[in-house]
Design a protein around this ligand. Structure first.
Ligand SMILES: [Fe+2]
Ligand SMILES: [Fe+2]
Length: 149
């Protein structure tokens, strides 16, 4: 690890990893729950989300390991479940909105540091989570429309 390396960048990487591990836990738990409800298609969709978050976690771990730091996610809160698919989607939308704020902060820090590598990583993750949030808002709207029919 370069001694000149900015410790706050490591901090952002670890915080981002905490988010991704939390999102992974949440989507995986929701996939299991949806399967128990007999909602196979929805369970598969949550499972794909979990796999995408797993991929994000791996990318962050790669950066941490390259920098000589052990991946060290903080304690993560319980998965937010619910009694219906719209409740699950609403919990996910909140999580993804938090992710967008997190990656905006991480990207701003990388820009101040003129760290091109981190700028690329955080802007890619920011656009992935922005897309997640948009898709969730849309799915939530669709499930509510169905409920109102
Ligand atoms: Fe993610
Ligand atoms: Fe996400």
């Amino acid at each position: 690890m370069s001694l000149a390396f900015d410790p706050r960048t490591l901090g952002w990487l670890q915080r981002a990893l905490t988010h991704e591990m939390r999102a992974l836990q949440q989507y995986l738990a929701q996939s299991v729950l949806a399967q128990l409800w007999g909602e196979g298609e929805r369970a598969a969709a949550f499972r794909r989300e979990a796999e995408e978050e797993l991929e994000h976690a791996a990318r962050l771990m790669e950066e941490l390991i390259r920098l000589g730091a052990a991946p060290n996610a903080a304690a993560i809160p319980p998965a937010r479940l619910g009694r219906s698919i719209p409740e699950l989607l609403a919990a996910d939308l909140m999580l993804e909105k938090e992710a967008v704020l997190l990656y905006e902060g991480a990207l701003a820090h990388a820009q101040r540091q003129r760290n091109e590598r981190m700028m690329r990583l955080f802007s890619e993750l920011l656009s992935a989570e922005t897309k997640h949030a948009r898709q969730l808002a849309q799915q939530l709207q669709e499930t509510r429309d169905v409920a109102e029919d």
